[in-house]
Design a protein around this ligand. Structure first.
Ligand code: MLT
Length: 268
């Protein structure tokens, strides 16, 4: 892991390989390790930049409010130090996708291509925002154990849980390690995020959408609507996967990303 001074924090980031840069932005409440299969495969052909977001993994929390805009600004600062002012392919999963919308809104000129995995464009409705506030209060009071126990059921398909018990345990451990304060702050940041739906029709870079066929959080129907709204996009449905398609079916996700990045018919 390399470390970078970004605003008031030290940010940790794994950088591997050479070539076209691709930044992999993890989901909530995980860290860059969720991309381990992609880092291994993609770094054979590209420069992979896999940061831990503010407050997660080995990155410091700092004092700034944890809004999706702040997390996008952190990444812009980090990328300035890693690739200068050059363009990157921005790939985000779920919360990483919410940050991708903000990154595109603020730093469009830095984006060569977008990859959105298992994410949503709509903002939270009141019931979802309320549920996040309850979860935040619970982790601050009781710690991460309950979320670590319950969350994998929402994140990965039942069949994958049954066939990968060790990986499910790793997922639980990763959630348990997260800092309750950062988790509460991340939940708040997601609950006040802007609706990205109006942005979709303005996106004009090549865009790949990837969704697990059993994703119950960002459903295939919802991602299909996002793909329809973005002009230059394609949607890949990943068999046997839930919300964490890159972990559950890495081969299909890796092949789709490589094919997308190598496709000379689409100019970035
Ligand atoms: C994630 O995977 O980042 C979260 O499920 C996103 C969310 O809770 O909306």
């Amino acid at each position: 892991m390399e470390r970078f001074n970004v605003f008031e924090i030290e940010m940790a980031c794994q950088i591997a390989g050479q070539g076209q840069p691709i930044v992999l932005v993890h989901g909530f409440p995980l860290d860059h390790e969720m991309w381990q299969h992609q880092i291994q495969r993609l770094s054979e052909h590209y420069q992979v930049i896999a940061p831990d977001l503010r407050g997660f993994g080995a990155s410091q929390r700092g004092t700034a409010e944890m809004t999706m805009r702040q997390l996008a600004c952190d990444l812009s600062e980090l990328l300035q130090q890693v690739v200068g002012s050059g363009q990157v392919c921005f790939c985000g999963l779920s919360m990483g996708g919410y940050i991708a919308w903000e990154f595109y809104r603020a730093f469009k000129q830095r984006v060569s291509r977008l990859i959105l995995c298992d994410t949503r464009a709509a903002a939270d409705d009141e019931a979802t925002a309320r549920a996040r506030r309850m979860t935040a209060r619970s982790v601050l009071k009781y710690g991460m154990s309950e979320l670590a126990q319950s969350m994998p059921d929402r994140l990965v398909s039942l069949a994958w849980q049954q066939s990968h018990p060790k990986s499910v345990q790793q997922l639980r451990d990763s959630i348990r390690r997260a800092s309750p304060q950062s988790v509460a702050d991340g939940l708040f940041g997601m609950s006040i995020r802007q609706d990205a739906t109006p942005l979709l029709t303005t996106i004009d870079c090549p865009t790949l959408l990837i969704v697990g066929e059993h994703d119950a959080i960002s459903t295939p129907d919802e991602m299909n609507a996002i793909a329809t709204a973005i002009g230059s996009s394609r949607l890949v449905s990943v068999a046997d996967a839930g919300h964490l398609a890159p972990i559950e079916n890495p081969q299909v996700v890796n092949d789709s990303i490589c094919e997308f990045l190598d496709d000379k018919r689409i100019s970035a």
